[in-house]
Design a protein around this ligand. Structure first.
Ligand code: PEP
Ligand code: MG
Length: 582
């Protein structure tokens, strides 16, 4: 048995068999010295190289005959790479000296080459990365004797172990087959974590190197509450976790009784609990959890799950589905927030040195007006079906807000000219997730109908901490006093101007932080649907005075650590049943 500590990002306990996937999303088997005879392993790999070479030679010949020498040359180039002596030396070293399995060695070396090519920043070399991927696939298939399974094709329920997973890869996972996720890299605020939470797959990220410790078919536990991963648990541990899982499931069943009750403090202050969603199919699960509406629909996931550019009709169908499923409840649609860690296979994918500070979100939409207009057309058309509100992400300057609103108006006019009925009372809001927007909020506020505080990015930009980087995860704290002051300032300015303020960042998923926000004056929280029942329970268990006292004291503390300890302590006193047993 081996216990590893990572960062808990999606609650729940998963118990099952591990399936190890490499960076390109291929399943590979991994094993260490104890189970591998290095000489045998190298012979196995040599024979896989020979058979891959034979396949490439045949493909080169057939393609050259059918389509000409230039296209046949693609396979000849791959063959040259495959037969490179230095590649063989590197593979042999890993097998002989590090006791890697042949599959692991192939994956490590070829992934390293492909990444180096991709980083080089030239489109010619980026295409060579795809060639390397093909070679990797051929070798893995030769070694395992079966076509390589990809993340999309998993047939039996399993726990995915991987170096990293992009939000796009996570988005295509089937939660009925994927019991849990654990990754070597990744931070608490990355979108992979957010999608795992949306899909309700228990997940732990940022564990550090551990894949080399896993063997095919190892059993594994992922504890998404405490951030633990246990490889080959002993019988006692397994029993303990089974009991814990059952206990948590029974609490979840009890909480379903609250579904149709409002999230009111015990002295009657109403808090709206909205849902954050990524997929158009999530409407029902929001209603099942008792959501008051959708407070944030991350529409960019329409791009991340698919290889083709969605059409206006694709957007329209997705939006109409959400609006209809929500049965008249409000739906806040955020315009595309593509870029940074959410590029996937979109046609807008590009390489940047600092992607979170680069061409992302509203910046990318405004640089690609055709993309933006297509989406807005669909939103305005869908708005005739229900209570749609439109929100722009990552607004940093007034120019951006004005240009976005101008485009919105011009799209509305186009639609009217084409004979569509377009509502002129659609509330338009902005996300407050860049410190500059807080500083300038008194100017922005006259030009919006609502604001929503995105604490995931606000934390990242205020504290200069990459939200997806495990190396600085300890600094990524939404309860840092600096972030709390920015939230307070936003609420004060918006409230002075009678503009509604919600918080839609992940911090609201945590009961202690949610009570703090309520104490600070926030009356709308938007959270993962699965968090709604627990938050409702917490809010219904306290008075507004208790929340305000909590906020008053928390705002006077000096560090994130102090705030966190104080809030946990308060929660344990106010709502003891919320405290998790280790
Ligand atoms: C945020 O930044 O807090 C937010 C809600 O948006 P996203 O997590 O999609 O960046
Ligand atoms: Mg954001």
């Amino acid at each position: 048995m081996l216990e590893l500590q990572g960062i808990a990002v999606s609650p729940g306990v998963a118990i099952g068999q591990a399936l190890v996937f490499d960076r390109e999303g291929y399943q590979i088997s991994r094993s260490r010295a104890a189970t591998v005879d290095a000489n045998q392993e190298w012979l196995r790999l040599k024979s896989a190289i020979d058979s891959a070479a034979a396949k490439l030679e045949a493909s080169a010949q057939i393609t050259a005959d059918k389509l000409g020498a230039r296209l046949g040359g693609i396979f000849s180039a791959q063959l040259q790479m495959l037969l490179d002596r230095r590649l063989h030396d590197e593979l042999e070293q890993l097998i002989q000296k590090q006791s890697y399995s042949a599959e692991f060695a192939v994956s490590e070396v070829l992934n390293g080459y492909a990444a180096a090519f991709r980083r080089a920043g030239s489109s010619f070399l980026a295409e060579r990365a795809a060639d390397i991927r093909d070679i990797e696939r051929l070798l893995l298939e030769g070694l395992t004797g079966v076509p390589t399974q990809t993340l999309r094709e998993i047939t039996n329920p399993a726990i995915i172990a991987s170096h990293d997973l992009t939000p796009g890869e996570t988005a295509v996972l089937d939660p009925r087959k994927i019991l849990g996720l654990c990754t070597e890299t990744g931070g608490p605020g990355g979108h992979t974590a957010i999608v795992a939470r949306g899909l309700e797959i228990p997940a732990v990220v940022g564990i550090g190197p551990f894949l080399h410790l896993l063997r095919a078919d190892d059993s594994i536990i992922v504890d998404g509450h405490l951030g633990r991963v246990i490889i080959n648990p002993d019988d006692d541990t397994r029993e303990r976790y089974l009991a814990r899982r059952e206990h948590r499931q029974s609490i979840a069943r009890e909480l379903t009784e609250l579904r149709d009750l409002p999230a009111c403090t015990s002295d009657g202050i109403r808090v709206e609990l909205m849902a954050n969603i990524e997929f158009p199919t999530e409407g029902q699960s929001c209603l099942d959890r008792g959501a008051d509406g959708v407070g944030l629909y991350r529409t960019e996931f329409l791009y991340l799950g698919s290889e083709a550019d969605p059409s206006e009709e694709d957007h329209f169908q997705a939006y109409v589905q959400v609006v209809r499923d929500m049965g008249g409840k409000p739906v806040v649609m955020r315009t595309l927030d593509l870029g940074a860690d959410k590029m996937g296979m979109t046609p807008y994918a590009h390489q940047e040195n600092n992607p979170f500070l680069g061409l992302r979100s509203i910046r990318l939409s405004l640089r690609n007006p055709a993309l933006f207009r297509t989406q807005i057309r669909a939103m305005l058309r869908a708005a005739s079906e229900g209570d749609i509100r439109i929100m722009f992400p990552m607004i940093t300057t007034l120019d951006e807000l004005r240009t976005a609103r101008f485009l919105l108006r011009s799209v509305a006019e186009d639609l009217r000219e084409e004979g569509h009925v377009v509502r002129n009372d659609i509330p338009i809001g902005m996300m407050v997730e860049v410190p500059a927007a807080v500083v300038m909020l008194d100017r922005f506020i006259a030009e919006v109908d609502f604001v929503s505080i995105g604490t995931n990015d606000l934390t990242q930009y205020a504290l200069a901490v990459d939200r997806g980087n495990e190396a600085v995860a300890d600094l990524y704290q939404a309860c840092d006093p600096a972030v709390l002051r920015l939230i307070q300032k936003t609420w004060e300015i918006a409230t002075q101007h009678q503009v509604s303020t919600s918080v839609c960042g992940e911090m609201s998923n945590h009961p202690a932080l949610a009570l703090l926000l309520v104490g600070m004056g926030i009356r709308v929280l938007s959270v993962a649907p699965s968090a709604i029942p627990v938050l409702k329970k917490a809010i219904r268990s306290v008075t507004i005075g208790q929340c305000q006292a909590m906020a008053w004291r928390a705002m006077r503390l000096d560090t994130a650590k102090e705030v966190d300890a104080f809030l946990q302590n308060q929660l344990a006193g106010l709502v003891p049943e919320m405290v998790l047993q280790a």
